[in-house]
Write a protein that binds this ligand. Structure first.
Ligand SMILES: [Mg+2]
Length: 365
């Protein structure tokens, strides 16, 4: 089965009225829409697979990387030999390092796994050995920088059945408001996207301790400062998570060897798709680290994280569920979420294809 074509679909889905995001690492203050980048791989036998790259403001660069660098290396190649193909493409493009080129490669890899499942009529998690029927999720909230908006979002997440909630806030009053609103039992997570120096992080961790966070995510700048992260972990009294900016399995091994994390967060649509993320699970198991995949996606990136976690995760593994108030969803209501748990799709490949009407309505011309 030969790869016949690779098409990119940059989408821009606006927030519902009144739900613009506060300033964050994903875009400017007042971010009014979320950009996603989908990719469709077609084969000479008519099968189609869908993938996704990390989106937001990187989308135009990643799209060019797929269209101009990766597609020409993949079209005409055997779609059923994913690992050798990805190795070949990765080797040819390795001088460009992590970032948009790696995200682009991730999207194509995920689409090829979708095709691999469809070709044999099995969901991706079954190709990986099979596993859980459903998985716990945590609601990953937007950045608000406003205590009353944080409270309202926490309330909505609890009403939606979530038992764990992640904040993207950087100030104590917002964290306090969230804990107050959520009550003592709900698992609260704080992600600050590499906001602080090591010393700042150590000092702030001491102040955060009273909120009994499930974990503090990426407290230290730069993200590759694994020793600094380890210092915060050793002295802060709060479990540490990181990994969405860790580019490769070998770097995860360094991260974990440095005793920098309690939770490793490989990102399927950044680090190389299904082919690369599956390597992190056994490496983490050897070091007693729990994998909590970074799935800050609404499309195939999310489904890829669900399938690998169903097959390779532990009972502790949770799926990151982006809790954004967008006007439309790439899968329009699927996969199903009940009591804060997501049903693992059982259809062939990733199990669900993106809604063509949503793609048509929100495609960036
Ligand atoms: Mg994060």
């Amino acid at each position: 089965m030969i790869i016949a074509g690779i098409q990119t679909f940059p989408l821009r889905i606006p927030f519902k009225p009144g739900h613009a995001a506060a300033a964050s690492v994903w875009g400017p203050k007042g971010l009014a829409a979320v950009d996603s980048l989908l990719v469709k791989v077609t084969t000479d036998q008519g099968l189609e697979g869908w993938g996704e790259a990390f989106g937001f403001t990187a989308t135009p660069v990643t799209q060019r990387a797929i269209d101009e660098l990766i597609a020409p290396l993949c079209v005409g190649r055997d779609a059923t030999r994913i690992t050798p193909l990805m190795h070949d493409v990765r080797e040819k493009l390795h001088v460009f390092g992590p970032g948009p080129v790696a995200m682009a490669l991730s999207a194509v890899d995920i689409a090829l796994w979708d095709i691999a499942g469809k070709a044999v009529g099995a969901p991706v998690h079954q190709l990986l050995g099979g596993g859980a029927d459903d998985l716990a999720c945590y609601a990953s909230l937007d950045a608000y920088a406003d205590s009353s908006l944080v409270r309202a979002a926490v309330r909505r997440a609890l009403e939606g059945g979530f038992q764990a909630i992640k904040l993207h806030e950087r100030q104590l009053p917002e964290v306090r408001a969230a804990r107050d609103e959520a009550g003592p039992e709900v698992e609260l997570i704080l992600d600050v996207n590499c906001a602080w120096t090591v010393n700042q992080a150590r000092a702030i961790a001491a102040e955060l301790r009273e909120f009994r966070l499930k974990w503090l995510e990426e407290p230290v700048w730069p993200p590759e400062n694994y020793d600094g992260l380890a210092q915060v972990r050793a002295t802060g009294g709060i479990p540490i998570a990181a990994g969405e900016n860790v580019p490769a399995p070998m770097d995860f091994d360094r991260l974990m060897a440095a005793r920098a994390v309690d939770f490793a967060q490989p990102s399927p649509a950044k680090m190389g798709g299904v082919t690369e993320i599956v390597k992190v699970f056994p490496a983490a198991a050897l070091r007693n680290v729990t994998v909590m995949p970074h799935t800050f996606y609404d499309g195939p990136g999310l489904l890829a994280g669900i399938h690998v976690s169903a097959a390779l995760g532990t009972a502790e593994t949770m799926i990151e569920w982006r809790f954004f108030d967008l006007k439309a969803q790439i899968y329009q209501g699927a996969p199903t979420l009940k009591d804060g748990r997501v049903q693992v799709p059982q259809g062939p490949g990733l199990g669900i294809d993106p809604d063509p009407d949503v793609i048509q309505a929100y495609l960036i011309a």
